[in-house]
Design a protein around this ligand. Sequence first.
Ligand code: BTN
Length: 270
Amino acid sequence: MSGADVPSSLDLASVRTALGSETEYYSIVALAECDSTNSRLMAAAEAGANDGSVLVTDRQTAGRGRRGRTWHSSPDDSLTFSLLRRFPRDSEAPAALALVAGLAVARALDTLGLRKVTLKWPNDVLHEGGKLAGILIELQPGDLRSAVIGIGINLRLPPDLPEEVARLAATLDHQLPDIRRETVLGAVLHALSFVLRTYERHGFGALRAEWNVRDAYAGRLVEVRGENFRRSGICRGADSDGALLLEAGSATVRVIAGEVSLRTPGSGVP
Ligand code: BTN
């Protein structure tokens, strides 16, 4: 936090209560506004910030989504935060981290009473087909075991949200109208502690079955678009490294990066 920063009105004591036994691990800073919690935490990581540092904000002025997109967030309507996780020195770069973070969000929302939360590979959290939360993972360029996990969860739809974004979004308020940001933050950080520990010790293989049960597109015809390719097939979930398995004719293809969308049969993409 720099001298110019204004603290958020978020009640951190409530967050710590919701965190229960996991409260010791986290050091949480809450700001009224910042450009992007991911950008700020990436800079803090570079400057030596500790594992378990969390930055949460009421409003981002330059919130970032995947693939250079903008992430809209506003006080009261969204929960916006990032966590710095430093993986052990001898570990690999955490390739399946986006899937793991999605699973933590889904588990947390389950505990809060939101049923049927599903996951769209690699890192969207869906509810009734709409996007409820987005995740942006960024690795430190000089240290691929230091990761910033940025999470944005829609609590309710802000009135000024562009129509094309609102159409595809889901929000918590339909089923959990009185939910507080503090409660959601505590639940998600709590779940993150557990899934990250499992991932660190046993790899994504130990979480794969649970992820696949939540796979929003399991058994559906999908199209994956990458930088240089476009492929369609039946979605067969994630493998033990977190790659997407696509059944295309008699072959099963592994996809490690790309955007997945549902396809209607007969639309002609190979
Ligand atoms: C996506 O679905 O495109 C990912 C969206 C990630 C948004 C979160 S909000 C907190 C963190 N700070 C950012 O600037 N982005 C992530």
